[in-house]
Structures are given as C-alpha cells and as structure tokens.
Design a protein around this ligand. Structure first.
Ligand SMILES: Nc1ncnc2c1ncn2[C@@H]1O[C@H](COP(=O)(O)OP(=O)(O)OP(=O)(O)O)[C@@H](O)[C@H]1O
Ligand SMILES: [Mg+2]
Length: 418
C-alpha cells in the first residue's frame, strides 16, 4: 500500500510536470518493479518523444520489451480483472489482455476505491477521490449522447431555477446502457469532470457479499462516503448484477434487502439533492431489477452505442498518442473500423504496438509503430459486440412493449440500413 502510494504520488507529480525527464524515469522504474511493463513502455514512448535517443530510457524500454516478449511474469499484472475473453482475444493467445486493460483503466480509473471494502471507507476518503480532468469535449463524437446528458442532467444542474419553472430537475439517477467497451465509464467520468465533482466508480458485484450479509452495510457506507465528499458523481457499474444474482442465486431475501438498501440510499441521495449524482451503467438493462427503474431512481436511460467515426478517431488517437508512431493515418483507420468498440480499438492499438516491439527486439533498434502493424493487428481482430447486438435485437423485438428501448430500436434500424 505504501509502495503504491509512492507510485501514485510520483504520477501526480508527473501530471503536473510532464516535461521533467528524471521524474518520468523514476515512474518507469517503479512500474517495472511492479511488473507493469505495458504502462512503463507507454512512459518510455513519451520520454523518447521529448528526448529521442536518450540512452537510459532506451535501456529501460529494452527491459520492458524483453519482459513483455516472453517472461510469464510480464503477463501477470497484479489486481487487474481481465474482461471476458472476446473471440479476438482467444484467437491471439499471446495478447496480454490484463496489461492492456490495466492501461485502459489508468485513463479513467486511477488509484481509487473500486469496490471499496468497508474498512477503506474512512474520513480520509476525500484524499482518494478521483477528480477527473476529463470533459465532455474530450469524448470524441457521440453527439446525441452528449445532447441527452446536457438535457437531462447538466443543463438542469446549471440552471436549477429555469428547470424548476419547466417542472423538471436533475433529480433521480441516470442509467447509461449499451454494448461493452463503448464509453459508458468514460462518459460518467467526463460528467464528473464537467461538474467539477469527485468521481466514485463502484462495481456492484464488488459490494455484494451474500454470505455474511455485509452487502447492505457496504451499500450504505458507500453512499455515506459519497455524501461526505459531495459534490460527487457516484457511478454504479454493472447495475444489472442485482437483478441477475437475485434470480440465479436463490438468495432472494438477501438480494431484496440489498436492493432495498440501495433504493433507500438512492432516494435520500437524490431527493435531498445533497450533491450526490447517481449514474449507473449496464450492458443489460433488461436484467436490472424493476424496482430500480421506478421514478426517482434510474428512471432515465441513455443508450451509448458503438463509437461513431469521430469517436473512433479520438479513441485511436488516445491509445497511440504516447507511443512511438510513424505514418499513421488515423482518419483512414477510423473509417475502416466501423463496428469496433472502444475496447476493441484499444486491443488493436496494443496488438500493433506488440508487433512493432517484437520487430524492434529482433533488430535491436527501436522501430515506430506504422500502418502495416495496425493493419496486421486489424486482420486478426473482429468486433466483439456481436453477441450483445443479438440479445439487443431480441429485446427490441419481444420486450419493448412500453417503449423503454425505442432509442435502441432506432439505432438498430439505422445500422441495418447501412
Ligand atoms: N468517445 C470516446 N472518445 C474517446 N475515447 C473513448 C470514447 N469511447 C470510449 N473510449 C475509450 O474506450 C475505452 C473503453 O470505454 P469504457 O471503459 O468507458 O467502456 P464501457 O462502455 O464502460 O465498457 P464496459 O461495458 O465494458 O464497462 C475507454 O478506455 C476510453 O478510452
Ligand atoms: Mg465500464
């Protein structure tokens, strides 16, 4: 823990003074110590961008590439949950999902209380809250999603009197839903940044403890922590886990209690308007407990679909920006990746990086990532959201009686026409 605090502090300092090479070298060394080679490598790329040919950095880069190329230790990035393997990931067994996810995670989820165990929830939590610098303007494309966020949440918060005059408010929770890896967490973080509020991302599955009955306490502690640190965005990820587990685990009484506790806390958080904005996310809104969808709770849903052209350009740019690249035509790549999720694009960039690294290692010369690497990566990676869209089509066809999924239906029709 103390060690990680050192790294966190160094990263904070580096954020403030990104041009100080000695600081970056220190961070690289700390990351290597923790076997976070992919992260270390990204920093090597940035350092070489500032000072091409720096011998110390080249040496560190070599250590990372050697570790990544074969050592089993390199693949074991600690405490990182790998997502369910996509067909693409299984088709390419050497791909280090854990390292890639860790890297993606760093963009939006720095050292924070993900799934905070109760003992971590202390008065010191203000020190650990993330204050995202991200703004909606940093989220590429997604014009319709941003318009809806503005209309349902940000606008009313900025103009409370006006909202009141129109009989509306920003109260209640907002549920972002859509296929995996398409920017829900990223958007929630941008909303917090936009409000200048703290950001608490919580995974519902992490607070469920059906064996000891501590789940309600966990839920309550998290809301208490959020209230102490208002204004903040409390981001509840995987909200469907409550509905799911309840039907599957024959533990309906326990789950009912957890849902009830969540409802109580949500009601008081949102009704007394204490500056706790509850955002939820799910890939399967059709599994979300119905009680959670009632007025005042997650009563508004926003569909977050696949990244459009502008979003894909920003995503590709984001994932390549700190890596040594040459001759990459982002617009062409974005045009050729329709149907890819943000996570798929991250996967493509990491695979392309590994190809260039492997080559650099063979020749002993650092060779930048080029279009040929990205094309080769693309040839092996298929969009991972096919199964999600199949379920979504069924829901729209057979379970959209109340029009909850009209947005999704329109989106599916539009994509079909293309
Ligand atoms: N519009 C965008 N602009 C820039 N980057 C984006 C955009 N959308 C997604 N990304 C990138 O794609 C990655 C995946 O997005 P994110 O983790 O937010 O997806 P998600 O919908 O929360 O996925 P999951 O359902 O698996 O939790 C993020 O790391 C982010 O960098
Ligand atoms: Mg997410």
């Amino acid at each position: 823990m103390a060690d990680d605090q050192v790294l966190t502090d160094m990263l904070t300092m580096l954020d403030r003074s990104p041009e100080v090479l000695a600081l970056r070298v220190c961070v690289i060394e700390l990351l290597i110590e923790r076997e976070r080679y992919a992260d270390a490598l990204a920093h090597c790329g940035t350092a070489l961008g500032h000072e091409p040919g720096n011998a110390q950095v080249l040496g560190l880069m070599m250590r990372c590439t050697t570790a990544l190329s074969g050592s089993p230790a390199a693949a074991s990035v600690p405490e990182t949950a790998a997502p369910a393997p996509s067909s693409a990931a299984t088709a390419q067994p050497d791909f280090d999902w854990a390292a890639a996810e860790d890297e993606v995670g760093d963009i939006i989820e720095p050292a924070f209380v993900r799934g905070v165990p109760t003992e971590f929830v202390t008065d010191d939590d203000a020190a650990t809250v993330e204050r995202p610098a991200l703004r909606l303007a940093d989220v590429g494309g997604m014009v319709e999603v941003k318009r809806q966020l503005e209309l349902t949440l940000l606008g009313p918060l900025r103009n409370p009197e006006l909202a009141k005059a129109f009989g509306t408010s920003a109260r209640g929770g907002l549920l972002l839903y859509g296929p995996p890896g398409c920017g829900k967490t990223f958007l929630a973080s941008a909303v917090a940044g936009e409000l200048g509020a703290g950001f608490y991302p919580i995974e519902i599955t992490d607070i469920l403890d059906i064996y000891t009955g501590a789940s309600e306490r966990n839920v309550h502690s998290i809301f208490e922590m959020a209230r102490r640190n208002a204004p903040c965005v409390l981001f509840l990820d995987e909200v469907d886990a409550l509905g799911h587990k309840r039907s599957r685990m024959h533990a309906s009484t326990t789950m009912r209690t957890v849902v009830n506790q969540l409802l109580t806390d949500m009601d008081s958080a949102t009704h007394s308007n204490e500056g706790v904005f509850v955002l939820g996310a799910t890939n399967h809104p059709w599994d979300v407990d119905v009680a959670l969808r009632r007025p005042g709770r997650f009563d508004r849903m926003i569909f977050v679909g696949l990244p459009d052209l502008a979003a894909r350009t920003s995503i590709l740019h984001y994932h390549l920006r700190d890596r040594p690249v040459a001759g990459i035509d982002l617009n062409t790549l974005a045009a050729d990746t329709d149907g890819f999720s943000g996570a798929d694009l991250a996967h493509v960039c990491t695979s392309a990086t590994q190809l260039a690294l492997a080559d650099s290692m063979r020749s002993g010369q650092v060779r930048p990532i080029g279009m040929a690497d990205v094309r080769a990566a693309l040839a092996q990676i298929r969009p991972s959201t096919g199964a999600w869209f199949e379920s979504a089509r069924n829901v729209v066809e057979f379970a959209n009686g109340d029009g909850s999924y009209d947005d999704l239906a329109t989106y599916l029709r539009r994509r079909k026409r293309r």
